[in-house]
Every structure is written in structure tokens, then in C-alpha cells.
Design a protein. Structure first.
Lengths: 321, 273
């Protein structure tokens, strides 16, 4: 049984710079995989190689068993690409766009028209076919863009940061469209900088950093691997936050020196065991004369897991709750 | 996965799809014209405006060396200038499509890769034929008359050949700069390029080395050859370049087309580097 998407030892260099370094990834049929990573991690390059836009320097890339380097045209028939920005023609009407792309997929005129109408329906844009795209909202434009990537009902849909720059309503629109496709059995690979997006949509998350895979697993596994919980304190006197962080960490994280975060009045400390930790920390702080306004014991967010994996948490002054 | 689905179609089938895809891509431009006729009109009327300005506002003070009416001298020059302006239209279209991700979308489709550029060629040549028709009508309206239908057709052939050269220059520049501000630079540079030729004044009327530059301007051969074909005064005082104007009117565009088409194809392939 082949995977829907398979990258083995994928390597890409631009001059001296190694953009993708021996990346392995397999996505099963019908699964959703999120490629997560900061800017410059190599997400877009991986997507471009997968969709035949960029040639790799090494490794093997297959879509539904088709080698994308040796059989680019066959691969293109199996992939729908939704790029970083909606690649639709603003001047044309929505339906004209879809007919154009359908014709370029070699559907005849009548089939192209029928497919365009189906697609508008499918992505929730019925009745807007005659409207010029220039009049569309960001979310509508993105949905039309997704429709344009679905002309041949591709086995694999690749979305490169599909919700970047969208408002929350637009983001929900896109998520709904993706979920509907997944329900229909499409395999999805999406890149994102938003952990929430990965948590919402993905079965598997693959974290890229500096062109390497630094972690992979289900969203739950990734959070668990980082160490269960976080204790969040709000100290009354911000100037004593650093002191509080040190003290709280010694008590709460016993033997797991991951490093606490202190910024402003807020202190976030990794917790090694839940039992009794809140009382112990508050007592220790009380003895040191540090007043505490609020204490919360909560699970680690995927955000924190991500920042830790990519080694970026130290640079941050505040971790979002 | 069976082997047959991976097999590429045969050469005949491929050529047929390449042609069909190119027409489809060009059809998108035709749809643009239908949706935005104003933009087409402005593009076509700008050379007409220039013709009227130069013929009536400046033309009174112009003397054609060797005699002849300045308006008759100017009209073929304006035809050539309209072809040169085409470089901006082509470049703008290429830059816009690349910047908006449309080029990448085309490249990710199972269509003929050549169709992206071939479609651009077809659409821009069609739009230039349209623009030239409007300009000819305007010239006829202000009293200009060509010599004979046969030589006029030859003149149109030379003009469209020149347009083809500037089309490839436009494609190359569009792929090279990828930035709308680059288009503006070209829009500005077109002017000194045109003035440093025999479009507005005879090369022989320019001082010393400027005259030589103007005579060897890649459009100068076309300007002189078209003037000769249309029976307009050429105003040129001899010299190798002037005497071999028709040769240059063919050679320059052919060389430019070959060079810039090769550069463009390389540039296009480097998109996937």
C-alpha cells in the first residue's frame, strides 16, 4: 500500500543555503497532514517540489505512487494546489475563472461549464458565478481559489498557508471547505504557521525548522511529548517576576529544567507533576514575600510545544496563554 | 498505478493540446477586453493622441530634410512607436500574472507548459493588430494616404514583426524584474529610446554621433522601410543603415526575437530551479 504523499530524503539547496535537508514524510490516503514551521523553515519549498513547481536536488517525491520529477504531468493530474495567495483572475467573473482552469485541465467546453457550477456549489459560492472576483471578500476569493484547485477532483490537495491574511470568518470558511473535502476522501497536505489551524484540521503534524523535520506526531502527541502542564502565575509586582519564575520553577519543575518564562507580571512555569503543585508554589512565593494575584494550572498548548521544539521560546518575553 | 496513465501523449496529440491551451490562455485576455473595454480603448487611443499632438502641435515647426510633409513623415513613425509601446503591455501582463501566482497556477496544471507564453504571444499580437487598426484609421482621418495596398500589407508585416521582437523583450523583462516598479522604469525609458531614433525626426537632422546612434536604433530600419513602403518621405540622407533599411527591418526584429525568446525560455525554466 503506497502513501498518498511520500517524501524520502528530499533535499533542496539554493547555492550554499540548504533549504530542505533530508526530509522524510508520508501521508496516508485520506489523511490530513499539517506542515508546521516558522518563516523560512522550508514549508513552501517542500510544497513547490511536491507540486512540480520546483525541482529537488535529491530524494524521491511521489504522489499516489507517481514520481513527480519523472512524470510531472501525471503528477499534476493528481494534485490540486492552493498557493499562498489566491491565484485567481480578478477581472474575470468567478465562473469564468473556473471554466478557464477547467479548460486547461482539458475538459471540453460543456463539461468545463458544468464542472464550474458544481465547484461553485461545493465551496459554498452558488449564485456568485457571474460576479467579478474583484468584488469578492478575502474568504470568498480563497474559496474560489480552492475550487480552482479541485477541477479534476484531485487525490491530493496541497494548501500553502491557506488562511494567512484572512479574518476569522474567512478562516472558518476555509476550514469548512477543507473539512468537506476530507470527508469526501481527499488527502490534504497543508502548511501553516498557526497551531490552531493544525489542531483544527490535521491528523498529523510535521514540524519543520531550518529545512529539517524536528518533530512529528498527532497534535496530542506533540503536546504530550513536551511535558504535560503549565502553571501560570500573575504576580502583583512586575519587578519581582523573574525572581518568582526562578522560585516557582524550582518547586514545580523539580528535575526538569526547561526554563520558566517571565514577562511583565506574568510567569509561566513547566510542571513535572500536578499533585500539590499549586499549593507548594504559592507557599514558596508567600515565604519569599512575593504577592500573587492569580494562579492557573493548565495543559501545555501546542503553541508552547511548537516554540519549544523550534527553540524559539527563549527569545520570547511572553508566552500567550 | 498502471503504466498507461503515466505515459505522455504522442507528439501530434501534444502539439494539438499545446495549440488548444495557448488559445485558451489567450482567450482569457479576450475576456479581459470584454470586461474592461475602457482599458483597451485608452491603450489604443494613446498613440492616436500622440499622433495628433505631434502632427498639429509640434508639426508646424518641423521640416523634413529632403522635403515632404511632416505629417506624412510622422505617421509611419507613430505606427512603429505603437509597436514599441507594446513592450509595456506585455511586461505588465507577465509581471502581474507572476506576482499574483497565476503563472505558478498555470505551471501546476496538467496543461502544455509552452501555452503560458504562447497564449501571451497570441493575445498581445491580436491586441496590437487592433491598436494598429485604430491608429491607421486615425491617420486616414487626418488626411494621410498610403501608397498602394500591396506595399501597405508588407509594411504591416514589418510592423508586426517588430511587435513580436518587443513582445519577447517584454516577456523577458517581465520574468526578470517581477516588480511593478520595473514596468514604470520601462515606461519611462521607452521615451528616450524612441526619441533617439528616426521616429519623430530624421536621423540626418541630429548632430554627429547622435545621428549614428539613431540610424542604428533597432527600430530605425523598420521606420525607414515602412516609410518607403507607404510612400512617405524618409528624410534620410543616405548612409549604409539607411540604404539597407529593409534588411535591417527584418534582421533586427529576427535577432531580437531569437535572443529574447531564448533568454525568456531559460528564465521560465529557472522558475523551477
Amino acid at each position: 500500500m503506497t502513501s498518498a504523499i511520500s517524501l524520502r530524503g528530499l533535499t533542496k539547496r539554493y547555492g550554499e543555503k540548504v533549504v530542505l535537508d533530508d526530509v522524510d514524510l508520508a501521508v496516508g490516503h485520506g489523511a490530513v497532514c499539517a506542515l508546521l514551521g516558522p518563516n523560512g523553515a522550508g514549508k513552501t519549498t517542500a510544497v513547490r517540489v511536491l507540486t512540480t513547481l520546483t525541482r529537488p536536488d535529491g530524494g524521491r517525491v511521489e504522489v499516489a505512487g507517481v514520481d513527480v520529477v519523472r512524470h510531472p504531468r501525471a503528477a499534476r493530474r493528481r494534485i490540486g494546489l492552493i498557493g499562498q495567495q489566491p491565484a485567481v483572475d480578478d477581472v474575470l467573473a468567478a465562473r469564468e475563472n473556473l471554466v478557464l482552469f477547467a479548460r486547461l485541465h482539458h475538459l471540453d467546453r460543456r463539461a468545463a461549464g458544468a464542472r464550474a457550477d458544481e465547484l461553485l456549489e461545493q465551496v459554498g459560492l452558488p449564485g456568485t458565478g457571474a460576479q467579478p472576483v474583484a468584488e469578492f471578500s478575502g474568504g470568498m476569493r480563497r474559496r474560489l481559489d480552492i475550487a480552482a484547485g479541485l477541477v479534476l477532483a484531485p487525490l491530493v490537495l496541497v494548501l500553502d498557508e491557506p488562511t494567512t491574511g484572512l479574518d476569522p470568518a474567512g478562516r472558518r470558511d476555509v476550514w469548512d471547505a477543507v473539512r468537506a473535502l476530507v470527508a469526501g476522501g481527499t488527502t490534504v497536505l497543508l502548511t501553516t504557521q498557526y497551531l490552531e489551524e493544525a489542531e483544527q484540521l490535521a491528523d498529523d503534524v510535521c514540524v519543520l525548522d531550518g529545512g529539517r523535520v524536528v518533530a512529528r506526531g498527532t497534535p496530542r502527541e506533540l503536546t504530550a511529548a513536551i511535558g504535560g502542564d503549565r502553571l501560570e502565575l500573575v504576580v502583583t509586582d512586575p519587578s519581582r517576576a523573574a525572581e518568582a519564575a526562578l522560585l516557582a520553577e524550582r518547586v514545580a519543575a523539580a528535575g526538569a529544567p526547561e526554563g520558566a518564562d517571565a514577562g511583565g507580571e506574568r510567569v509561566v512555569v513547566p510542571v513535572s507533576r500536578r499533585a500539590g503543585v499549586v499549593g507548594a508554589v504559592v507557599r514558596a512565593l508567600d515565604e519569599a514575600g512575593i504577592a500573587v494575584d492569580d494562579v492557573v494550572l493548565r495543559p501545555t498548548t501546542l503553541d508552547e510545544a511548537y516554540l519549544r521544539i523550534t527553540g524559539r521560546d527563549r527569545a520570547r518575553t511572553e508566552v500567550p496563554a | 498505478m498502471t503504466a498507461t496513465t503515466l505515459q505522455e501523449p504522442g507528439p501530434v496529440e501534444r502539439a494539438r493540446w499545446a495549440a488548444t491551451d495557448a488559445l485558451t490562455v489567450a482567450g482569457r485576455d479576450v475576456a479581459h477586453w470584454r470586461r474592461r473595454p475602457g482599458a483597451v480603448l485608452v491603450g489604443a487611443l494613446f498613440p492616436v493622441l500622440l499622433l495628433l499632438m505631434f502632427a498639429y502641435l509640434l508639426g508646424g515647426g518641423m521640416v523634413v530634410p529632403g522635403g515632404g510633409d511632416y505629417r506624412d513623415f510622422l505617421v509611419p513613425g507613430m505606427f512603429v512607436l505603437a509597436m514599441v509601446f507594446g513592450v509595456e503591455a506585455t511586461m505588465t501582463a507577465v509581471v502581474t500574472d507572476t506576482a499574483r501566482g497565476i503563472t505558478d497556477r498555470f505551471r501546476s496544471l496538467p496543461m502544455a507548459p509552452s501555452a503560458v507564453v504562447a497564449g501571451r504571444c497570441l493575445a498581445d499580437m491580436a491586441s496590437s493588430v487592433l491598436g494598429l487598426t485604430v491608429l491607421v484609421a486615425a491617420a486616414l482621418a487626418v488626411g494621410w494616404r498610403p501608397a498602394g495596398p500591396g506595399s501597405a500589407l508588407a509594411a504591416v508585416g514589418l510592423l508586426l514583426l517588430l511587435r513580436l521582437a518587443f513582445l519577447w523583450i517584454g516577456i523577458y523583462l517581465g520574468l526578470l524584474v517581477r516588480d511593478p516598479s520595473g514596468v514604470m522604469a520601462v515606461q519611462i525609458l521607452v521615451w528616450p529610446f524612441a526619441f533617439l531614433s528616426n521616429v519623430f525626426v530624421a536621423a540626418s537632422a541630429l548632430p554627429g554621433w547622435l545621428a549614428t546612434l539613431a540610424e542604428w536604433n533597432p527600430v530605425a530600419g523598420t521606420v525607414t522601410a515602412v516609410r518607403e513602403l507607404l510612400g512617405s518621405p524618409t528624410g534620410d540622407g543616405g548612409g549604409w543603415a539607411t540604404e539597407h533599411a529593409t534588411l535591417l527591418a527584418v534582421a533586427w526584429p529576427v535577432v531580437l526575437t531569437v535572443v529574447f525568446a531564448a533568454l525568456s525560455v531559460r528564465r521560465f525554466q529557472r522558475l523551477s530551479a
